[in-house]
Structures are given as structure tokens and as C-alpha cells.
Write a protein that binds this ligand. Structure first.
Ligand code: ADP
Length: 641
């Protein structure tokens, strides 16, 4: 065995594990030697009883020695559990030696008793190897010689056989030692083999575990739906943990853990446990499950633990143990993974490790699902609020439009009636013109609001494409705005042959918006230049002014709803709702065109707004609206003829 240890130390196979393995084998060998000794003692006892019956001298003394040896042998297994096999082996050898020596000394009438030294030498050889075998044979020969001489049985024949017997003992020691080398080599190889097998098993097991866990990680992240994620965690963890496994979700408001999904090899137990927990969801800190949530660490309860909250449930469900691990992610508790079993041996370290690894993978999945569910809830709330606002906008603008239309109609009627009787320069006529112009302004605002509410509510504004000459339309629009602002200089450069297929009224609306803005945002009265011309398959219209211009950071935003470049200051100074360009862009987009703005390149200040349209606007197919998503900004729907 010493050689064994030497070999072990020289090896690279994890000396400590090999040592443990060898110790295990030596204990097994020590137990075998003890068993052999017991069998021999039993045989000897039978023989000695027979001799005692014939009143053979010394038989009873030998029986006592055999009994002492047997008693020692019975105690050896217990000693092996507490002491190293090496120490037990040394004591056994000494006791065996003492027993044989006592027998040799006490019963001179049985000269062959010395042969039992051979067995002791064999034991020493098997335990400690060749060197120990030779040394023990020498020591025993010396003991034998001295005992024989002290015993006074030194007669001539005894002296003659003494060297032969000593030679036998030493020779036997050498042979037994050689034999032990073979045995020890076998033991050594066996230990290494066992170790390799155990290592391979461990490796296979850990690879399997790793693969399993990475598969579970994928499964857990398969869905963003919260309850589907709970189910996936329970389904994945169920087969590899205890008899039943349950996933609890954390209810932050109530400070409780709600059972969310259960599974496991014992489906009936899983269902019963879930039912039980649904009726009494554990509070944070209550029982092993609540404690896992409250302390963010693994907890275990046995049926003999007096853990409040678990004891009754465990008794009712017949559980021997519960193991609970927290599911954490992003510094938050998302739930608790609990597994339970009926086996009194408990979950063990392996299961704890596995449960923690599962919970580690479940955390991010639950966090994502939770975020998604929060987001959807918020989106639903925002959509509901937007819907209410859009409804309100639509109802209010509809309701305002009717009285406005009649005020406008009657004012125009009044103007026509009074035109003959009143001086056009009179105060009354001036007042009437103010009424008409303000009503016209209000109508435009209300029409804008109606357009916006249509875009927001239905995601669509109808356009009716038809063939017309854009050049004519531009001329008309410029003339109209010029009439309304007779003091302003509005120049027009327009090309020929600009027939397009588009919605005339809507394009007119866009032109009016751009022209009105150019006039409005040039408070010092600078010139406005309108250009219209063909560009290959497209037509382009630009409106430039030398007014206040738009700073670059606002340029992209002016096409957004309710956006005004200078915020409240701009609103106070120029009025308006910030809708004209939003609607204009929607109309141009609907025709498959493009609208833009920039600084006026021909002046130090001011802006240029322009749009391009394809000559043939066939209208765009309505983009699909994702379920639950925002409606698109604008969709064209052809009106049925
Ligand atoms: P409104 O003119 O009713 O405020 P619009 O949608 O027509 O709304 O315009 C949005 C914003 O874009 C305006 O508030 C203004 O700040 C800016 N804007 C539009 N046209 C011009 C322009 N020609 N020059 C300078 N700023 C402009």
C-alpha cells in the first residue's frame, strides 16, 4: 500500500481524490481481512470445542485467545468508520501477532501453532506491502525464537527445526510480500479506473446539465407573454426537480407570492399544491417560500421544521420537504421557484444547484415578460386616452362647423342684401367684412381640426384624384391670396404642360397653407415668390419668402401635429394651431409625393417650402396596421364613385 501511495503521489490524476479512492479500497480490504479472521476463528472454535471434549491440554486457553480475536474482529467495522484504515490495520496486525505468540507460549504441546504467524505475515503484506511483509516476518521469527527459548521447550529436536521454521517464516514473508505487490498493483489500478469512471460520469452529467439549462434558457425566452413564460418555466423545471414544482409570481402591491404555474412528475401533487397555494398565497417572509422571496436566498423546509405557513400545507399534501429559490433579475424579485418531494431524504445539494441555475435563467425571461406586459398596459391606457381625445376633437369640430356654416351663409346673404343700400366704405359694411373674414378663419381652423381628427381616428382621409392643370391651380391660389393681401408682393413663375392626376381640392389646400404661411411669417412684408414647373415624371411647386425663417433645429418638426416653431411665443404672435403643415404633409404623402422646407437660398432670411408630386398619383395602398399599434399618419382611400 505504501507503493500505492507513492504511485499516487507521482500521478497527476488529482492526488486527493485518488487518496480518498485508495482509502476506500483499503477499508474494503480491511473488512475482508476481518471477515476472513472471523471465519477462521469460527472454524478454530469448532475444532477447539471438539478437542476440549477430549480434554486436550491447552484447548480451553486457545479457545479464549480465539474468542478475544473474534471480539476484536467484531469491533473493527465500527473502528473503520472513525479511524483511518492504516491505523486499524496496524493495531490488527499487533493483536494478531500477540494472539499467535501467546498461543505458541502457552500451549507448548501444539508445536505447529507457529504456522499461524504465516497468516499474520500475509495480512501485513496485503495491508502494507513487500517491505512490511519482510520486516514483520523477521520480527515474528525473533518473537517465536524468544518465546520458544523462554518457554523452556528447548530440546534437541526443537533446536534442530528452529532454523528451518525461521527460514520458513522469513521465506513466507518474502513470498507474501511479492504476492502483495501484485494485489496492490491491482488495487491501485482499480482505484484509478474507478476514479476515471467517476470523472467521466461527472463530465457527462455536467455536459447534460449544461445543455439542459441552455435549452431551458431558450424555452423560457420563447414568449413575451407573462403567463406563457410562467408555464414554460414550470414545464422546463418540473421534470428535473422534485415530485412537484411551482412558479410563484411576485405581487408587489399585496406583498404576496401568487402561484402562477405548476408541473412535475407527480401531476396530481402539483395540481393539489397549486390549489392549496391559490387559496393561501404565502406572504413575503412567510414559510420557506415567502422567506426565499423576502431574503432573496434559497430556503428549505422539512416536515419536522416549525416554519410558519409551511407546516400545515406540508402535512396536508404529504410533503417531506420544500425547497424554494428566488427568481431575481435587474435587482428585483420576479417570483419564487419552489419544488417539493415526498422522499424523506430531502432535496440534496445537486437539486439546490439545479433549482438555482433554473431560477437564474428564469429571471431575465420573467423580467422581459413583465416589461412587455407593463408596456402593453401603458400603451392600452395611452391609446384609450388618445381615442377619447380624438373623439372629443371630432365631436367638437363637427358641432362647431354647423353653426359656423350658417353664420357664414347668413353673413354672405346680408352682405349681398346690404351691398346696394350701403356705402362700401361705411362702418356697417366694414363690420360685416370683419365678421365674414373672422368666420372664414374659424371655418378653416375647424376644417383643419376635422381633418386631423379623421387622420387620427380612421388613419385615412379620402382623396379623389382627377386630371387637372397644376399651373392653373397655382395661378388661382396665388390670385386668391393676393386678393386677400393686396399690399403684399406675390410673384409667380409657372411652367407649361403641368397636367397631373391628383385631388385638386386637396392640392389647393396645400398651396393655400404654404402661401398663407409665407405671408403670415413675413411680418415685415417681404416678397413671396411662387415657382411651379415639371421635373421629369414629377411636378414641383416652391413658395419662398424673406420672413422670420425657421431655425435648423425646428425645421423637421414643423410638419408635426400642433407644432409651432417658437412654442407659446410664436402662438401668441402669429396665432394658428400648428396643423396646416401636418395636414399638408399627409395630403402630399397620400399622393406619393414629398414635401420639405429649408432656408431661402436667395435671401439672407426667410424660408422656402416645396412639394413634388408624381404626374400620375394613383393613391397608395393602405399600410397594414399592426394589432394594437399606432395607426399610420395618413392612408389614401379611394372614394367609391
Ligand atoms: P400654424 O401656422 O397654424 O402655426 P403650420 O402647421 O402651418 O401651423 O406651421 C407650423 C409652424 O411652422 C408654424 O407655427 C411656424 O412656426 C412654422 N412655419 C410655417 N411656415 C413658415 C414660414 N413660411 N416661415 C417661418 N416659419 C414657418
Amino acid at each position: 500500500m505504501l507503493e500505492c501511495i507513492a504511485a499516487m503521489e507521482a500521478s497527476n490524476d488529482g492526488p486527493r481524490e485518488l487518496e480518498a479512492q485508495l482509502e476506500m479500497q483499503m477499508r474494503a480490504q480491511e473488512r475482508q481481512l476481518t471477515l476472513a479472521r472471523l471465519v477462521l476463528c469460527a472454524l478454530a472454535a469448532v475444532l477447539l470445542f471438539a478437542l476440549m471434549a477430549r480434554d486436550t491440554a491447552g484447548a480451553s486457553l486457545l479457545l479464549a485467545i480465539v474468542a478475544a480475536l473474534a471480539a476484536w474482529s467484531v469491533g473493527v467495522p465500527a473502528l473503520l468508520r472513525r479511524f483511518p484504515s492504516r491505523e486499524v490495520g496496524i493495531v490488527s496486525t499487533v493483536i494478531e501477532m500477540a494472539a499467535v505468540t501467546t498461543a505458541v507460549y502457552a500451549v507448548p504441546s501444539a508445536p505447529d501453532l507457529y504456522l499461524f504467524y504465516g497468516l499474520v505475515i500475509l495480512g501485513a503484506a496485503l495491508r502494507f506491502g513487500l517491505g512490511a511483509a519482510i520486516w514483520s516476518s523477521i520480527v515474528m521469527s525473533a518473537m517465536y525464537v524468544s518465546v520458544v527459548m523462554v518457554g523452556g521447550t528447548l530440546d534437541r529436536p526443537a533446536i534442530e527445526v528452529l532454523p528451518v521454521r525461521v527460514a520458513y517464516l522469513v521465506g513466507f514473508g518474502a513470498v507474501a510480500g511479492m504476492f502483495s505487490r501484485i494485489v496492490i498493483r491491482r488495487v491501485n489500478e482499480n482505484a484509478r479506473l474507478q476514479l476515471r469512471v467517476a470523472e467521466e460520469d461527472r463530465l457527462r452529467e455536467s455536459t447534460r446539465e449544461r445543455e439542459l439549462l441552455s435549452r431551458l434558457g431558450r424555452d423560457f425566452n420563447q414568449s413575451l407573454d407573462l403567463s406563457a413564460t410562467y408555464e414554460a418555466i414550470a414545464a422546463g423545471a418540473g421534470p428535473i426537480l422534485g415530485d412537484a414544482t411551482m412558479v410563484f409570481g411576485a405581487d408587489d402591491a399585496e406583498r404576496r407570492l401568487e402561484p402562477a404555474a405548476a408541473s412535475g412528475p407527480d401531476a396530481a401533487l402539483a395540481a393539489a399544491w397549486r390549489g392549496w397555494a391559490a387559496e393561501r398565497p404565502p406572504r413575503l417572509g412567510e414559510g420557506a417560500i415567502g422567506a426565499a422571496g423576502a431574503t432573496a436566498s434559497a430556503q428549505e423546509a422539512r416536515n419536522d421544521d416549525a416554519l410558519a405557513g409551511d407546516a400545515a400545507g406540508m402535512r396536508t399534501l404529504g410533503l417531506a420537504w420544500i425547497l424554494a429559490v428566488p427568481i431575481l433579475a435587474g435587482g428585483r424579485l420576479h417570483g419564487v421557484l419552489a419544488t417539493a418531494g415526498r422522499d424523506a431524504r430531502g432535496p440534496g445539494d445537486g437539486m439546490l444547484r439545479l433549482a438555482e441555475a433554473v431560477a437564474e435563467r428564469a429571471g431575465p425571461a420573467l423580467q422581459n415578460a413583465q416589461l412587455w406586459s407593463d408596456l402593453q398596459e401603458r400603451m392600452a391606457r395611452e391609446q384609450a386616452a388618445t381615442r377619447i381625445k380624438d373623439d372629443f376633437l371630432s365631436i367638437v369640430s363637427h358641432e362647431l362647423r354647423t353653426p359656423l356654416t350658417s353664420i357664414q351663409g347668413y353673413s354672405q346673404l346680408l352682405e349681398a342684401r346690404l351691398a346696394g343700400g350701403f356705402d362700401p366704405e361705411s362702418k356697417e359694411m366694414a363690420h360685416l367684412h370683419v365678421i365674414l373674414s373672422q368666420v372664414g378663419r374659424m371655418r378653416r381652423l375647424v376644417d383643419d381640426l376635422l381633418d386631423v381628427s379623421r387622420i387620427d381616428r380612421r388613419g385615412a382621409v379620402s382623396i379623389e384624384p382627377g386630371d387637372f392643370d397644376l399651373a392653373d391651380l397655382v395661378r388661382e391660389a396665388v390670385a386668391r391670396v393676393q386678393r386677400e393681401h393686396p399690399t403684399r408682393s406675390i410673384s409667380l413663375e409657372v411652367g407649361e404642360g403641368m397636367t397631373i392626376h391628383a385631388d385638386r381640392d386637396r392640392i389647393d389646400q396645400v398651396l393655400s397653407n404654404l402661401l398663407e404661411n409665407a405671408v403670415k411669417y413675413s411680418p415685415d412684408g417681404g416678397p413671396v415668390v411662387v415657382r411651379a414647373g415639371g421635373r421629369g415624371g414629377e411636378v414641383e411647386v416652391t413658395v419662398s419668402d424673406t420672413g422670420i425663417g425657421i431655425s435648423p433645429e425646428h425645421r423637421e418638426n414643423v410638419f408635426e401635429r400642433f407644432y409651432q416653431a417658437d412654442g407659446d411665443a410664436g402662438r401668441r404672435r402669429f396665432g394658428g394651431l400648428g396643423l396646416g403643415l401636418y395636414i399638408s404633409r399627409a395630403i402630399i404623402d397620400a399622393h406619393g409625393g414629398r414635401i420639405w422646407s429649408g432656408p431661402n437660398p436667395e435671401a439672407d432670411s426667410g424660408s422656402v417650402f416645396g412639394f413634388r408630386l408624381p404626374r400620375v398619383s394613383i393613391g397608395l395602398a393602405p399600410p397594414a396596421i399592426a394589432p394594437g399599434g399606432e395607426p399610420p399618419a395618413f392612408v389614401v382611400r379611394r372614394r367609391e364613385p
